[in-house]
Design a binder for this molecule. Structure first.
Ligand code: F0G
Length: 375
């Protein structure tokens, strides 16, 4: 990850996203900044994926690797804002419902702020890395006998009756922090937005935040257009695609195993205002892309992140980009950004289930050589 910002005076260390984008965020001199120096994550060109989408080289796919944030997911962008504002407002305790990443991030930032953190997660359905994080950062972890939607309902009830601050994405400061990812992408593309953005959709806060970021940049005159937003749900947890809540959402992509997203309306608005789509991909498509991206691009993200990439491959196959490719060339390609929302190390169990198991060998060169598959 790049760790310095170029300024007229030279370079200085990356200060975290609130300091980097301060004029665009609702903070003042009185706001105590709770930061782990999140943000400034790499935007990595993906040549294999680009060739797969258009062998003629008229497409450039780039992967925004938000797994490089301090707790390994994009949630840190929203959490630095939510926690700073909670501290400014004198709150002592925060609470969230989570499929795992929000809880890991809330726990870390609460530790940093010296606040109590309570997290509610669906029992048996969160990746091991995320659970270990919340526990180690010192949160009070409740495994709820229910799904994420049940956890969120409980959290809203807790917010109404107990002295706790909710740090789910229904907290508007979360969206404010997360919108900075759009600013970063514009900066990293030399002041231009991408033509298309592909991303997973769960509780729908992130697509809402990106659209807000791109829209603010356009309103300020920093860019002259906004990308087409393309969101993907898992086929077993696809309420927006169906147009109705899913009572019992099911998918191996546990991060987006959500049946009734809180920011449903905002996600639909982002889709419609940008001329985009919200569709779904099967668990098989997600897992195939999970392995392919690791082996081809050398980046590992958790399964939910690959819903967006799998969606890109799927729509490209049906000719989605055809009309947009005329007039493009390898020196002036169509730019597509996919958001890798969480690090692959979050879910080691899934990796082990999907990939080739190691071979056990005696500590002897001949034996190792015998089993080698070189070339
Ligand atoms: N990708 C990852 C890795 C996530 O953890 C989430 C959401 C999403 C995508 C979807 O983002 O909800 O803004 O549409 N995780 C939440 C959590 C629900 O509790 O960690 P969204």
């Amino acid at each position: 990850m790049t760790t310095a910002i170029a300024t007229a005076a030279g370079t200085r260390p990356w200060p975290g996203l609130i300091q980097a984008y301060r004029p665009h965020l609702p903070v003042s001199e009185r706001t105590p900044i709770v930061t782990l120096h999140e943000g400034n994550t790499p935007l990595v060109p993906a040549p294999g994926l680009s060739r797969c989408i258009d062998p003629a080289g008229r497409v450039q796919v780039l992967l925004k690797f938000d797994g490089a944030n301090p707790t390994g997911s994009f949630k840190d962008r929203g959490m630095t804002m939510a926690m700073s504002k909670a501290l400014e407002e004198g709150k002592r305790a925060v609470v969230c419902a989570s499929t795992g990443n929000t809880s890991a991030s809330a726990a870390a930032y609460a530790a940093r702020a010296g606040m109590q953190c309570v997290v509610l997660i669906p029992k048996g359905n969160i990746a091991l890395g995320k659970l270990s994080q919340a526990m180690l950062y010192g949160a009070e972890v409740f495994e709820v006998e229910g799904n994420f939607d049940d956890c969120l309902r409980l959290v809203v009830e807790m917010g109404e009756s107990l002295p706790v601050e909710i740090v789910n994405s229904i907290n508007p400061y979360r969206i404010q922090g997360q919108k900075t990812a759009a600013f970063e992408i514009i900066d990293q593309l030399g002041g231009e937005p991408p033509d298309f953005q592909f991303m997973p959709v769960g509780n729908a806060g992130n697509i809402t935040a990106y659209w807000l970021g791109y829209s603010e940049a356009a309103a300020d005159g920093r860019v002259s257009r906004r990308p087409v937003m393309c969101g993907f749900q898992a086929a077993g947890a696809n309420p927006i695609v169906r147009g109705a809540p899913v009572e019992k959402p099911e998918t191996i992509a546990t991060a987006i195993r959500i049946g009734n997203p809180a920011s449903w309306k905002q996600a639909v608005a982002a889709r419609d205002e940008s001329g985009g789509i919200i569709e779904d991909v099967t668990d098989e498509e997600i897992l195939e892309q999970y392995k392919w991206t690791a082996r081809t691009e050398g980046l590992i993200a958790e399964p939910a992140s690959l819903a967006g990439v799998a969606g890109l491959v799927k729509v490209a196959k049906r000719g989605f980009f055809e009309a947009r490719l005329s007039g493009r060339s390898p020196s002036h390609p169509l730019r597509i950004v996919c958001i890798l929302t969480g690090h692959g190390l979050k879910d080691p169990e899934r990796a082990i289930k999907c990939a080739t198991a190691p071979t056990t060998v005696p500590a002897d060169l001949k034996e190792v050589a015998k089993r080698l598959r070189l070339g």
